[in-house]
Design a protein around this ligand. Structure first.
Ligand code: PLP
Length: 331
């Protein structure tokens, strides 16, 4: 049997989730008529203390819509150099929104308020690009599932308010940060003008993300979503998977975090540095390690020239994690 640790997006819907999907009440969501989508949007908005939310097919689309609500063409967003929006959305923010990005670098993906303050460009007329938002990612994927401490996010919020720029939080795995730290989701919500959150990562839904923010921002995002071809119809079938995931798959993320620490130890990574469900393993022989792990029945991915990544998820049980740890330790 193969144990697949390439990503937490690989999960298959459980039997109970499939039943919830089959039984979902649906309507045409482009008309705003899908009761299950509406219920999901209301629930997620309330969880983060925001006015409204908008269902999207992917986290990438949610990020594009979220950032575009704060940054216009010819303006810039500041983010960490290995943020998903900078590294893995294939230039969508530039291509679609027409914005530019500048980045600060932090090995653990953290907010660097000093760097942000130095990079910040106020409105100086038609001569320079103006900063209108800062985007942060919690947990931070390529930094290894690291958590951004609430105090740092609150400091960023205070600074952003003092200069009048927006804050976007890419919360594809904010659920993991919430479970790892006990920080309420609404406390994270209060630090950002607009958030994007995913149901299709650790929560185990097959599809689905949401943008979360003010009613005005969500009304704009609804227009942009349609323009991008993301207006979906009887999509309550997918929203039902998300509602089921919120009911049943949030607290269990603690198991994924424990499994990740087990795997870290087996790979010679200090488990104390593993905060959630992602383990980043520095390996000079990354391609050979990935191939040897595959031979041993464990799928892992290479995310940098000398970096291998392991991700735990709903479809990796305790005994799978133990089996994988034993196999990887032998390598
Ligand atoms: C931090 C982060 N943001 C956004 C995304 C994009 O999600 P999607 O693959 O649904 O477009 C991902 C995907 O892994 C991610 O890790």
């Amino acid at each position: 049997m193969t144990i697949d640790l390439r990503s937490d997006t690989l999960t298959r819907p459980t039997a109970a989730m499939r039943r919830a999907m089959a039984e979902a009440e649906v309507g045409d969501d482009v008309f705003g008529d899908d009761p299950t989508v509406n219920a999901l949007q209301e629930r997620v908005a309330a969880l983060f203390g925001k006015e409204d939310a908008l269902f999207t097919p992917t986290g990438s689309m949610a990020n594009v819509l979220a950032v575009a609500s704060l940054v216009g063409p010819g303006q810039e967003v500041l983010c960490e150099a290995s943020a998903h929006i900078a590294r893995a959305e294939l230039g969508a923010h530039g291509a679609v929104t027409g914005l530019t990005m500048r980045t600060w670098r932090h090995p653990r993906g953290q907010v660097d308020l000093e760097a942000i303050g130095e990079m910040y460009a106020p409105d100086m007329g038609p001569f320079f690009v103006r900063t209108t938002a800062v985007s942060v990612e919690n947990t931070h994927n390529f930094a290894g599932g690291t958590v951004l401490p609430l105090a740092g996010l609150q400091a960023l919020r205070g600074w952003a308010d003092s200069v009048g720029v927006g804050v976007h939080l890419d919360g594809a795995r904010l659920w993991n940060a919430h479970v790892a730290t006990g920080v309420p989701l609404a406390a994270y919500g209060a630090c950002a003008d607009v958030l994007s959150v995913c149901l299709s990562k650790g929560l185990g839904a097959p599809v689905g993300s949401l943008v979360v923010g003010s009613a005005d921002a969500m009304a704009q995002a609804r227009v942009r979503r349609k323009r991008l071809g993301g207006g979906m119809r009887q999509v309550g079938i997918l929203a039902a998977a998300g509602l089921h995931a919120l009911d049943h798959h949030v607290e269990r993320l603690a198991d994924d975090h424990a499994h990740a620490r087990l795997l870290a130890e087996a790979c010679g990574v200090d488990p104390a540095t593993v905060e959630t469900n992602i383990v980043v393993v520095p390996r000079d022989d990354a391609p050979a390690f990935v191939a040897a792990a595959r031979e041993a029945g464990v799928l892992v991915s290479q995310v940098g020239p000398h970096v291998v990544r392991l991700v735990t998820h709903l479809d990796v049980s305790r005994s799978d994690a133990e089996t994988a740890a034993a196999a990887l330790a032998r390598l």
